[in-house]
Write a protein that binds this ligand. Structure first.
Ligand SMILES: NC(=O)c1ccc[n+]([C@@H]2O[C@H](COP(=O)([O-])OP(=O)(O)OC[C@H]3O[C@@H](n4cnc5c(N)ncnc54)[C@H](O)[C@@H]3O)[C@@H](O)[C@H]2O)c1
Length: 390
């Protein structure tokens, strides 16, 4: 009887609420109530370039999304076309082309969006040709191999009034987004330290690494983007150290083991550690420490498995997600939705041109620091940086 007084009114008499962070429930409610975010618009007609690791992730989201009609697949591994068509159950409305025939995509006026998942060294060319032909572009990071080429891509997009989206998928991860929002609303106070850990899995092939543009531009751009995006500022000092413990990676003059320090104008410091290969799975963690508290996002685990196992000798938990496609599955779907919202409803682009260019500048400075042993100071006074980061 002692607790009966806490019973309150019947749950039927109370308006049901649910936590906003349960975005899956929101999606379910929208489906049940067929709630549309805005006026209904025609689906986007699209082409996708490159169907390797990243391209397959995007293809899987695209063909399940009623907001996109896929018209072309462009890839240079022609021998895979028959299997791809069967596997994804694609009809004759989807045309397969090699990059030698990409002009057909550019000249097809019905195509209004191009998705790029081909190797980094091909991005600039595909972006520029797509934009010249009035297509909006979703491009895997990095947008191009150099800052100069990246700037040319954004200048072309601006001149033509087209969308150029750099697919920094981690920004669309629900946990990281919630962490950023809490940091920005002051939950941890004045931030002192941000710690980011990113250890890759599975180990990428040497062929991929040799044409990736190097680990700083291929991998650490995500860590630099996370740090700046959460803190809302750009670093004034970059220090990095790196080594190659895997002989094949050393042979291509790249690194597999990296640590970095970024110092920000507010006094906040970002500390990062990054590895090309983590034997126990795709290790992704983010922590922010401030004068009022600490917030962190830990590794996620497949939720369909058991929570924990207790025996005489140990307590076991599920392994963490093994790979980037599994850990960031939802982030990849959400970045596609965001791109479509920008293209179809004109919502503001979350990943802006100057943010992508800034990250590229930090990556270049960090690589210089790792190769020379010097601290690199960054001056942003000649960059076109708005006062509010995001
Ligand atoms: N955001 C992420 O999580 C993430 C993860 C992996 C890769 N990436 C990025 O995605 C891009 C591709 O990486 P990947 O690992 O998928 O590479 P990959 O080697 O697995 O696949 C590349 C594919 O592109 C095809 N290709 C080559 N040249 C082409 C061209 N000119 N036109 C069309 N297709 C072409 C290849 O035949 C291959 O099928 C890179 O820029 C990489 O940085 C991003």
């Amino acid at each position: 009887m002692a607790t009966k007084k806490f019973a309150g009114p019947s749950p039927y008499a109370v308006n049901a609420t649910y936590p906003e962070v349960d975005f899956r429930h929101t999606e379910y409610l929208n489906n049940v109530n067929t709630k549309q975010s805005s006026a209904s618009v025609a689906p986007v007609t699209a082409a996708i370039f490159g169907l390797g690791r990243a391209g397959s992730i995007h293809l899987s989201s695209i063909i399940r999304n009623p907001r996109v009609v896929l018209k072309y697949i462009v890839d240079d591994r022609q021998e895979r076309f028959v299997n791809l068509k069967t596997y994804w159950k694609l009809g004759d409305e989807v045309t397969f082309l090699t990059s030698a025939n990409a002009e057909r995509v550019y000249k097809d006026k019905s195509v209004n969006a191009v998705f790029i998942g081909s190797p980094t060294y091909t991005h600039h060319n595909i972006v520029v040709n797509s934009i010249a032909n009035n297509k909006d572009v979703f491009c895997e990071k990095p947008i191009a191999e150099t800052i100069q080429e990246t700037r040319k891509c954004y200048d072309a997009a601006k001149a033509k009034g087209r969308v150029l989206f750099a697919a920094f998928n981690r920004r669309f991860d629900p946990a990281y987004k919630a962490l950023k929002e809490r940091v920005r609303q002051g939950d941890v106070g004045h931030v002192q330290i941000l710690k980011v850990t990113a250890r890759d899995s599975p180990l990428p092939s040497i062929d991929y690494l040799a044409s990736s543009g190097g680990v700083f531009h291929d991998c650490l751009v995500h860590d630099f983007d996370m740090s700046c995006w959460v803190l809302g500022e750009l670093p004034i000092r970059v220090q990095a150290t790196a080594s190659a413990l895997i002989p094949e990676i050393k042979a291509i003059d790249d690194f597999d083991t990296i640590a970095f320090l970024l110092t920000f104008p507010s006094g906040a410091v970002a500390i990062g550690d990054n590895s090309r290969f983590s034997a126990y799975g795709y290790d992704q963690r983010l922590e922010v420490f401030g004068n009022k508290g600490m917030i962190k996002v830990e590794n996620e685990r497949p939720a369909h498995c058991f929570e924990s196992y207790i025996g005489h000798d140990s307590v076991k938990q599920n392994p963490i997600y093994y790979s980037f496609p599994s850990r960031y599955k939802i982030a990849y779907q959400r970045e596609l939705e965001h791109f479509l919202d920008v293209v179809q409803y004109g919502v503001p682009l979350d990943v802006t041109s100057w943010q992508t260019l800034a990250v590229s500048k930090i990556a270049t400075a960090a690589e210089e620091s790792a190769r020379t042993g010097n601290t690199v100071k960054l001056d942003w006074s000649n960059d076109d940086i708005p006062v509010i980061y995001s």
